[in-house]
Design a protein around this ligand. Structure first.
Ligand code: ZN
Length: 353
C-alpha cells in the first residue's frame, strides 16, 4: 500500500499500534514527552509528516528538546551519528512542528546518503549540503501546506521567520495542481534566498576550515579527495520515493556558485592542508564553481572585451600610419632625382639594382 493510500485509509489517525511505534522515539521528562507527543500527533495527520516520521523513527532516530540550540538561534538539528533529532524548546509550537518534519527529512537523507561527506572535494561537499538543505525545506513546505488547514500557526510562523520557498510551493501547487512540480520549484527557490545563501556560504567555509584543522590535528591526509556525481546527489532527494530534481540543475550557476572572496579563502585552506599533511596536490575543485558575483561570466566577458578594445586603441596609436607624405612640387621631385643619381652607384655596390 502506498503512503497516499494508507493516508486516505486512516486519515492520518494515530492508532494504538502506530502510537507505540512512535512513542519509543520520544525522549526527555514526562512533560517534554507530552509536548513531543503533541507535535507527533499533529505531524502524523499529514502524508508528508507521516512519511518523514515513519522513516526516521523506523531508522532508529529519537527526538528530544535541547536547550542549547537557542544559543545558536537554531530551531532544530539532526545528528546522524547519534541518530537523534533535537528541537529548540523555546520555539513556538508551529515552528517546532515544521522543524520536526524538516529534521526528520535530514534523518532519511542520512540513511540513504554517503557516510562521510567530509571526504568529498569542497565543490561536491557544497553541492551535496545545499541539495539536502533545499530538499528538507521543500518537504517542510509540502508539510506546512498540508497542515495549515488544522494548524494555521505553522504557516504563519514560517512566513514570519522568512520562508519565500513556501510561497513558491503554494503558487506552483495552485497553478498546476502538481505537487511534484511544486516541490521542484520550492527546491530551486531555496537557492535564490539571500539570507540562506549568506548563512550557508559562511557555514560551508567554516566547515571546510574545521575539516582541514581536524585532518591536520589527526595527521589524516584523506579529506577533500572523493567526488559525488550530481545524479547521485539528486537521487538522495526523493518525493514519495521518487527523485523530483533534475541533476543538471545542481550544476547551474543558480545552484553551483560561490562568492569570489570565499573561493580564494577556501583555496588557501585546502592549499595549506595539502602542504602540511604532505599531499602532492591540493583540492582545487572550488575553482570549478561559478562566481556568485558574476554567475554567468557576463561581467568578466564585458571587462575582457573593454581591455581588448583599450589594448587595440593603444597599439593602433603606436603603429599609427606614418606621417603624411608631403605633396611634392616639381622642385622637390628634381631634388629627389638628383639624390638618387648621387647614391645609385653606392646602392649598386651594395648589391642593389
Ligand atoms: Zn536543515
Amino acid at each position: 500500500m502506498t503512503l497516499d493510500e494508507r493516508f486516505a485509509k486512516d486519515g492520518g489517525a494515530v492508532g494504538a499500534e502506530t502510537e507505540a511505534f512512535f512513542v519509543r522515539a520520544l525522549k526527555g521528562t514526562g512533560e517534554e514527552r507530552a509536548a513531543l507527543s503533541a507535535l507527533f500527533d499533529a505531524a502524523l495527520r499529514t502524508p508528508t509528516g507521516r512519511g518523514m516520521l515513519e522513516g526516521a523513527v523506523g531508522a532508529g532516530y529519537s527526538v528530544a528538546f535541547e536547550e542549547g540550540l537557542d544559543a545558536n538561534s537554531q530551531s532544530g538539528a539532526c545528528d546522524s551519528a547519534l541518530k537523534a533529532i533535537v528541537l529548540n524548546p523555546k520555539c513556538s509550537f508551529g515552528a517546532q512542528l515544521s522543524t520536526l518534519v524538516h529534521e526528520a527529512c535530514h534523518a532519511l537523507q542520512a540513511e540513504r546518503g554517503p557516510k562521510y561527506p567530509s571526504l568529498f572535494c569542497v565543490a561536491d561537499q557544497m553541492k551535496y549540503h545545499r541539495a539536502i538543505e533545499a530538499d528538507a525545506c521543500a518537504h517542510e513546505c509540502a508539510f506546512i501546506c498540508e497542515a495549515k488547514a488544522f494548524c494555521p500557526e505553522v504557516r504563519e510562523d514560517a512566513l514570519k521567520r522568512g520562508m519565500p520557498m513556501l510561497e513558491t510551493y503554494e503558487r506552483v501547487a495552485e497553478e498546476t495542481g502538481d505537487f511534484r512540480a511544486a516541490m521542484n520549484a520550492a527546491f530551486k527557490s531555496w537557492y535564490d534566498y539571500p539570507p540562506y545563501q549568506k548563512a550557508y556560504d559562511r557555514w560551508h567555509k567554516e566547515d571546510v576550515r574545521t575539516i582541514a584543522e581536524h585532518g591536520l590535528k589527526k595527521d589524516y591526509n584523506g579529506y577533500f579527495m572523493t567526488q559525488i556525481s550530481s545524479e547521485k546527489v539528486a537521487a538522495l532527494c526523493l518525493y514519495r520515493e521518487k527523485p523530483y530534481v533534475e541533476p543538471e540543475f545542481l550544476e547551474t550557476p543558480r545552484a553551483f556558485s560561490v562568492p569570489d572572496a570565499d573561493k580564494e579563502e577556501i583555496l588557501g585552506i585546502t592549499r595549506r592542508y595539502a602542504l602540511l599533511v604532505g599531499r602532492l596536490s591540493c583540492d582545487r575543485s572550488v575553482e570549478r564553481m561559478f562566481s556568485r558575483e558574476d554567475p554567468t561570466g557576463e561581467n568578466k566577458r564585458v571587462a575582457e572585451h573593454k581591455a581588448r578594445e583599450v589594448a587595440f586603441v593603444k597599439s593602433s596609436k603606436e603603429t599609427a600610419a606614418p606621417p603624411a607624405v608631403p605633396v611634392q612640387d616639381g622642385r622637390d621631385l628634381k631634388k629627389n632625382i638628383d639624390f638618387w643619381k648621387k647614391i645609385r652607384g653606392k646602392i649598386t655596390r651594395f648589391g642593389g639594382r
